[in-house]
Write a protein that binds this ligand. Structure first.
Ligand code: CMX
Ligand code: CO
Length: 168
């Protein structure tokens, strides 16, 4: 006997829960990426390639976010790609720089795919969650992104990702 209770899947689409304000839910289409803070980007990429067989899909520097980063493809899904995002800070006083100094390498944030980042931001703000970004910013591979404050999301830094047309 398994020590858990299985939830029986059904063919019916998930029924969106509606709050009193009738916000359309669910907001997320997929896990777009898991962001991981690393000390050495080249070494970490090599480790993910040799250990898991993942490959680098894109590599860029985002000065606004203060990161050198690599996106490693896990899978293409019908609603867009799913990645591991390796992040090395370009400066110590950046979000990832501060995180690394405090915690060392490890999971930094989760990025969820959304269809419309501005609509998702407004909806989540309405639920009482503080937004780190008042407006969407540029993220990996041309995406529009916005962060939610980890103090309002159970300690999980959360990123909303609207991928460019064709990858959403
Ligand atoms: N996950 C969970 N909690 C976090 C966190 C993280 N990644 N980063 C910071 N915190 C917590 C800290 O532990 C701290 O908690 P306590 O007050 O209990 O000690 C609190 O948040 C404040 O931490 P801080 O180091 O003083 O950081 P700031 O307040 O200056 O900034 C935040 C926090 C979330 C506003 C900042 O990290 C931010 O703007 N993040 C979004 C941008 C980002 O992370 N960019 C890099 C990734 C880019 C990409 O994915 O494309
Ligand atoms: Co990210």
């Amino acid at each position: 006997m398994p020590g858990y209770e299985a939830v029986t899947p059904t063919d019916a689409p998930p029924q969106p829960a509606q709050s009193v304000s009738e916000r359309p839910l669910p907001l997320f289409t997929r896990i777009d990426h898991v962001g991981i803070a690393v000390d050495d980007l080249d070494e970490s990429i090599a480790w993910y390639e040799t250990t898991y067989g993942l490959t680098v899909f894109s590599r860029e520097t985002n000065e606004q976010q203060g990161v050198d980063e690599a996106m490693l493809l896990v899978a293409h899904t019908p609603v867009g790609g799913s990645y591991v995002q390796l992040l090395k800070p370009t400066r110590e006083d950046s979000p990832v720089g501060k995180f690394l100094a405090r915690n060392g390498p490890g999971v930094h944030h989760i990025g969820y795919g959304v269809v419309d980042v501005e609509a998702a931001m407004r909806s989540i703000e309405q639920a009482g969650v503080r937004l780190v970004d008042a407006r969407p910013r540029h993220g990996s591979m041309g995406a529009s992104i916005a962060f939610l404050h980890p103090k309002d999301t159970g300690g999980v830094l959360t990123e909303l990702v609207q991928a460019v047309e064709g990858d959403a």
